[in-house]
Design a protein around this ligand. Structure first.
Ligand SMILES: *Cc1c(COP(=O)(O)O)cnc(C)c1O
Length: 394
């Protein structure tokens, strides 16, 4: 029976269907692999964030299974009461060491790491200066903090400085925040220039390295390492859900900042900690990054191969500098048709339109991983070309 008080939700869904924006969930039947089975069809998978193929890595699976057998399926409490296990502390120490910082703290996800940290370190009297393409979790954190939010145009360092000049002398703290790698464009933040501005204008400098962790820098140490800005970025967030292959997020900073978060970050205080198996898998992943540097090298070799193939075909891949490769189409309906026909032909690249990207900039978003073979990538490029020609996209 439809409930009258919920009818407006059904109406909204109907509106999405009429506009061709209704999205069914694709079901992954089996493991997250470079060729995987979704909705009963075997496809070349260009839609996961599984950069290094770690979701199914034998070492991670073994360590997760051992932890599961030894410590059970859950932690049973939030971190601040009874839910801090030895494995959580070991993982945080490992991350701090890997990132060459004083301390780190793990959250349930990259989303809660960002939102929880921004909301905890700033308050109503403060100001946040934020790139317009920053991730939703940063935006939510900014809103939860109740600070004033000043958005600057994407990667526009001059516009950012203009904002900083406008608010010079205002009381309250300032936070300059950016994604390291932007999730829809695949471009890299102008971090050296932003770090200069943060120093010049006395801002806390924070970076969200979700798509740079395990991807950029030595052995995947992230954007700060990529630009050799050690010690100049106050707060680094990373995710354990993408290249690391499992689930979670982490914050790196000074020991005092981390202990402050223990006391003030609400997801840390009020939501249960990771199951031991997840912490163990993540720990194994960080060991692997140092043991097997060829994983990150293969990721980049595949990225160069894929981008060169697309360029040769005449595709517009925007400003991408990383494995995230947008294939810009423009029209949203055409993009979704492109994505559907590709899927039927055995290539899975998600179509993305407004409001995730601006109107008129709809695109496929393709992500290369270390575990794709050149054959698979060549075959995907071939199929992309054939269907794009048929739809008059090329
Ligand atoms: C995916 C993503 C997050 C969230 O990470 P999860 O661990 O999946 O919650 C945060 N920031 C950016 C830029 C992301 O792309």
């Amino acid at each position: 029976m439809p409930k009258a008080q919920l009818q407006y939700l059904a109406d909204e869904l109907q509106r999405l269907r009429e506009q061709g924006l209704y999205q069914r969930l694709r079901i992954l039947q089996g493991e997250q692999l470079p060729v995987a089975r979704f909705d009963g069809r075997e496809v070349i998978n260009l839609s996961s964030n599984n950069y290094l193929g770690l979701t199914t890595h034998p070492k991670l699976k073994r360590r997760a299974a051992e932890a599961l057998e030894r410590y059970g399926v859950g932690s049973g409490a939030v971190r601040t009461i009874a839910g801090t296990m030895t494995l959580h502390m070991e993982l945080e120490e490992k991350i701090a060491q890997f990132k060459n910082v004083e301390a780190s703290v793990v959250f349930q996800s990259g989303f809660t790491a960002n939102a929880g940290t921004v909301a905890a370190v700033l308050g109503r009297e403060d100001i946040i200066i934020s790139d317009e393409l920053n991730h939703a979790s940063i935006i939510d954190g900014c809103r939860l903090s109740r600070a004033e939010i000043r958005v600057f145009p994407h990667k526009d360092v001059e516009a950012c400085e203009k904002v900083l000049k406008e608010i010079e002398g205002r009381k309250g703290r300032k936070l300059l925040i950016t994604d390291g790698v932007f999730s829809m464009e695949g471009d890299i933040a102008p971090l050296p220039q932003l770090a200069d501005l943060a120093e010049k204008y006395g801002c806390i400098m924070m970076i969200d390295d979700a798509h740079a962790s395990g991807v950029l820098g030595r052995n995947g140490r992230g954007t700060v390492d990529h630009f050799k800005l050690h010690g100049r970025v106050d707060i680094q967030v990373g995710t354990l859900s993408k290249a690391i292959g499992a689930l979670g997020g982490y914050v790196c900073s000074t020991r005092d900042t981390i202990e402050y978060l223990y006391h003030h970050a609400r997801p840390f205080l009020f939501s249960t900690s990771h199951p031991p198996s997840v912490a163990a898998a993540c720990l194994a992943a960080f060991e692997l990054l140092d043991e097997e540097p060829q994983l990150v090298e293969r990721l980049w070799a595949n990225t160069r191969f894929f981008k060169a193939g697309l360029a040769k075909r005449g595709f517009n891949t925007g400003m991408s500098e990383t494995p995230i490769t947008p294939i810009i189409v423009g029209d949203a309906a055409l993009t979704h048709q492109f994505s559907r026909e590709l899927f039927e032909a055995g290539v899975f690249a998600q179509g993305i339109g407004f409001p995730t990207v601006p109107k008129g900039k709809a695109r496929l978003r393709a992500i290369v991983t270390a575990t794709h073979s050149e054959e698979q990538l060549s075959s995907a490029i071939e199929t992309l070309g054939t269907i794009a020609s048929r739809l008059k996209i090329l």
